[in-house]
Design a protein around this ligand. Sequence first.
Ligand code: NAD
Length: 248
Amino acid sequence: MNLGLSGRRAAVAAASSGLGLAAARALAAEGARVAICGRDRERLGAAVRSLGDGARGVIADVGTPEGATAFVREAQDALGGVDVLVTNAGGPPPGGFATTPLDAYHAALDLNLMSTVAMCRAAVPAMQERGWGRVVAITSITVRQPIPTMILSNTARAGATGFLKTLALEVAKDGVTVNSLLPGFHATERLRTLRGGDWDKVAGEIPAGRVGDPADFGSFVAFLCSEQARFVTGSAIPVDGGEYAGLL
Ligand code: NAD
C-alpha cells in the first residue's frame, strides 16, 4: 500500500532510540523527509545515520516547553516546513502517591503534557494554513488503564489526551488529524529500566504472549500519518498486545 507520504516533512521528537526512532524509521521508509531530536549528540548522530540520506538531527530537550518549541522551529527550518508531527518524550520516574514529591509533578507535566502542547502550538497553525497535517502523539496505555506505581505518567498523560482530543476537534475541518497511540510494553530502554531485561517475564503479562516490537509500533504511526487515515482523528488507540482489559 502506498501511504502517500513521499516527500512529506516529518518532525519526530525524542527519537534517538526506542519508539520515536522506530516511528522515524517507518516514516523515512515511506519516503518522508525526517527530522528527529535527542539530547545526546553521539546517540542522535548514530540514529540520524541509521535513517539514511536526508535525515536531520536537532539537539533539543523536550523536557521543557521551550526546548520542545525550539525542536519544532529547527525542524521547520531544516525541512522547509513540517507536515507531520510525532510528539514524544521520555517517561517520568515511577512512584505512587506517598513516594512522589510535589516538584516531581511539575517536571512530569512539562515532559509529558506541556511539551506536547508546545510542539503542537509550533507546528499545527502552518498545517492548517496548508490544509494538510498529521499529529501523532506517543502517550501510554496508562491513559486507559492507570498503573498504580506510575502516578506521574497516569496524571500527565491524562492531561495530554484531553488537550489532543480538543485540538483534534478544532482543526479537523482544516485537513489536520490529531491522534494518540498508547503503547503497552515494548522492547526499549524504557522498559528495560522499569522492568529489567527479562522480556519473557513481561511477555507473560500480555495476552499476545510477547513484548511489542518497536518496528510494528513505528509502522502504525506511519499508517496514521497516511492519506488513507484521513478520516481517523481524535482517537486514542492502544497498541498493547491486548493488555488493556476494558471493554471500550
Ligand atoms: P525510551 O526511554 O526507550 O526512549 C526515549 C528516547 O527519547 C531516548 O532516545 C531518549 O534519549 C530520548 N529522550 C528522553 N527524554 C528526552 C527529552 N527530554 N528530550 C529529548 N529526547 C529525550 O522510551 P520509549 O520506550 O521509546 O518510549 C517512548 C514514550 O512512550 C515514553 O514517554 C514512554 O514512557 C512511553 N511508553 C513506553 C512504553 C514501553 O514499553 N516502551 C510503554 C508505555 C509508554
